[in-house]
Design a protein around this ligand. Structure first.
Ligand code: BEZ
Ligand code: FE
Length: 252
């Protein structure tokens, strides 16, 4: 089929067919193997792990790069399954909700600026969420406050935010279902390096979803979802990290 006049769906279906035929032919896939693979995909769907499968295949990262790659400014990263809209606003400077048991203190701060001339962006909304030192998000453990380690802050007149929180740990992606079985079968681990998720919005600029990775911890060069980007790795110096964010204007 020529691509002229074809919808993207037509093209995608044809290309997927070609790629799958090539793969099946190259590996000499048998009937039993095909049925096992289809059964596995059915199980992944039933377990609501299709996004997780895309994550561990590195496909989510690739598509996120393609979606935002042309945008200048801070590099984007996948949203992940733990985002909750509507986190409480906290003062600037301020603390996001947490308890002392959540981990060693961390102050993270930075400047939100426009890639257009580097001008600071006052009033930008910085939405942050992350795991605690046990690697748990508030959705994951009974006893954690529903907004634990989640908060939004508006940047000040200089475009600065400053949040007191705790140092998150590395943690495993969900691995008690079919995707976890797949990882184990091929000898892959389910760990992600320690990181803090950011969603940043400012008037006239493209929203940014990204992650700041904490330097020095394990799995930075072997992330289960291949999410780490060198430009997003920040050092922690005496409990203090700096993560500046540059947003791309919508026009120009
Ligand atoms: C996360 O960073 O929260 C995440 C992303 C993809 C899969 C699992 C977790
Ligand atoms: Fe995460």
């Amino acid at each position: 089929m020529s691509t002229a006049g074809a919808t993207r769906l037509h093209v995608a279906l044809e290309r997927a067919g070609v790629a799958l035929h090539e793969l099946a032919a190259e590996l000499g896939v048998t009937n039993d193997e095909l049925l096992a693979t289809l059964g596995f995909l059915t199980e992944v769907g039933r377990a609501d792990e299709m996004v997780l499968l895309s994550d561990v295949l590195g496909l989510s990262r690739l598509v996120d790069d393609q979606t935002h790659g042309a945008q200048d400014g801070t590099e984007s990263n996948v949203l992940g399954p733990f985002y909750r809209p509507g986190a409480p606003f906290v003062d600037n400077p301020g603390s996001i909700p947490h308890s002392e048991n959540d981990g060693p203190p961390l102050r993270i701060e930075g400047r939100v600026q426009s890639s257009h001339g580097g001008v600071p962006l006052p009033g930008a909304v910085v939405d942050v969420w992350h795991a605690n030192a046990d690697g748990l998000y508030s959705n994951e453990a009974a006893g954690l406050h529903e907004w634990n380690l989640r908060g939004r802050q508006r940047t000040d007149l200089d475009g600065r935010y400053r949040l007191d929180t705790v140092q998150p740990s590395h943690y495993t992606v969900k691995h008690d279902g079919p995707v976890g079985r797949l990882l184990a079968a091929v000898g892959r681990h389910p760990w992600r390096p320690a990181h803090i998720h950011f969603r940043v919005n400012a008037d006239g600029h493209r929203p940014l979803v990204t992650q700041a990775y904490l330097a020095g911890g394990p799995y930075l060069d072997d992330d289960a979802i291949q999410g780490v980007k060198a430009s997003l790795v920040v050092p922690i110096i005496r409990g203090h990290a700096t993560f500046d964010v540059t947003l791309s204007p919508i026009h120009g």
